[in-house]
Design a protein around this ligand. Structure first.
Ligand code: SF4
Ligand code: SF4
Ligand code: SF4
Length: 279
C-alpha cells in the first residue's frame, strides 16, 4: 500500500541537481577560458574536452597515430573517464554530469512553467502544461533509433574527415564554446533551444551519438535501478517523473534509454519497490 499520496522533492534530486549545475558551470568556465587571452595555455581547442571527440578520432588515431584536428589525447582521457562511470552505473553520466542534458532539463522546466504549469508541488503528478510534449508513441519509438544511425555515420565519416565530423553541428560547441561567429552553429543553438522547449531531452532521446554509445552499458552495469513488481501499485508516478519519458516503466526500467537519474527511486511512494542495487 502506498505510504503517502504526495512526496516532496527529496535529497536525491537535490544532490543530482547540485552535481549537474557544477558540471554545467565548469563547462561554461571552460568555454569562457577558450575565448579569453592566452589561448595557447588552454590545453588545445574547446573540442579537446569532449568525450565524443575521443570516439570521433578513434579510428584515425588507430590507423595513423594522429588525432583529427582540434582533438588530442585529452579526448581519450575524458572518454575513458566517462566509460568508467558507465561501466559501473550505466548512463549515469547522462543523468548526472552531462551539461547538455542539464540544459535540456532546465529548458523543459521553463517550458512547463511558461505554458501554464507551475512547478509541481508533489512528485509524480503530471503537469497540466502544454509543453514540453511527447511525440506519438510509434514516432517516438522509431525516432529513438536515429541516434544509433548518427553514431554509425559519425564513425564512418571519421575515417575520411580532417576535423571531427560533428564539429560544425555540435550542440556542445554551440552552447558552451562562445564561438558563435558561424551561422551554422547559431542555427544549431536556436534549434537546440526550440526542440528542448517543445520536447523533453530531444537531443538525448533522438540524436546524441554519445548517448547511443553509452546505452549498451545499461545492459550490464552492476549499479542499477530495480523494481519489485509485487509491490508496484501501477500509480504512474515514476513514469511522470522520468526525464527521458521511457515508455512502459516501471516494467521497462532496465532500458537502454535510462539515464540513471534515480527520479523513479525518489518518486515511488511504496517503500522498497524501486531501489538502486549493486550486482
Ligand atoms: S544523451 Fe548525449 S547529450 Fe544527452 S546527456 Fe547523454 S551524452 Fe549528454
Ligand atoms: S527509469 Fe528511472 S532512473 Fe531511468 S531515466 Fe527514468 S526516472 Fe531516471
Ligand atoms: S514503481 Fe512506479 S508505478 Fe509502481 S508504485 Fe512505484 S511509482 Fe508507482
Amino acid at each position: 500500500m502506498a505510504k503517502t499520496e504526495t512526496k516532496e522533492r527529496g535529497s536525491i534530486t537535490k544532490v543530482r541537481r547540485t552535481i549537474q549545475y557544477m558540471f554545467l558551470f565548469a563547462t561554461y568556465l571552460l568555454g569562457l577560458r577558450h575565448v579569453m587571452p592566452g589561448r595557447e595555455s588552454t590545453g588545445g581547442a574547446f573540442d579537446a574536452f569532449c568525450p565524443m571527440g575521443g570516439i570521433e578520432t578513434f579510428f584515425r588515431y588507430i590507423a595513423t597515430g594522429q588525432t583529427l584536428k582540434t582533438t588530442n589525447l585529452l579526448n581519450f582521457a575524458i572518454l575513458i573517464g566517462v566509460i568508467g562511470v558507465s561501466l559501473l552505473a550505466g548512463r549515469a553520466f547522462c543523468g548526472w554530469m552531462c551539461p547538455i542534458g542539464t540544459l535540456q532539463d532546465m529548458l523543459a522546466g521553463w517550458a512547463r512553467r511558461l505554458s501554464g504549469g507551475s512547478k509541481p508541488k508533489a512528485r509524480g503528478k503530471r503537469s497540466k502544461a502544454k509543453f514540453p510534449m511527447e511525440l506519438p508513441p510509434i514516432v517516438d519509438k522509431w525516432a529513438r533509433y536515429l541516434k544509433y544511425l548518427v553514431l554509425l555515420i559519425v564513425l564512418i565519416a571519421s575515417v575520411w574527415t580532417v576535423y571531427p565530423p560533428l564539429r560544425d553541428i555540435c550542440p556542445a560547441r554551440a552552447l558552451f564554446s562562445f564561438e558563435l561567429g558561424e551561422p551554422l552553429l547559431v542555427s544549431v543553438l536556436i534549434t537546440f533551444i526550440i526542440t528542448s522547449l517543445l520536447i523533453k531531452r530531444f537531443w538525448c532521446k533522438y540524436l546524441c551519438p554519445l548517448g547511443a554509445f553509452l546505452a549498451i552499458t545499461n545492459k550490464f552495469a552492476p549499479l542499477r535501478v530495480t523494481i519489485d513488481k509485487n509491490n508496484c501499485t501501477d500509480c504512474g508516478r515514476c513514469e511522470a517523473e522520468c526525464p527521458v519519458d521511457i515508455p512502459a516503466i516501471p516494467e521497462n526500467m532496465r532500458n537502454l534509454e535510462c539515464v540513471q537519474c534515480l527520479e523513479c527511486v525518489e518518486t515511488c511512494a511504496v517503500e522498497d519497490t524501486v531501489v538502486l542495487k549493486l550486482g
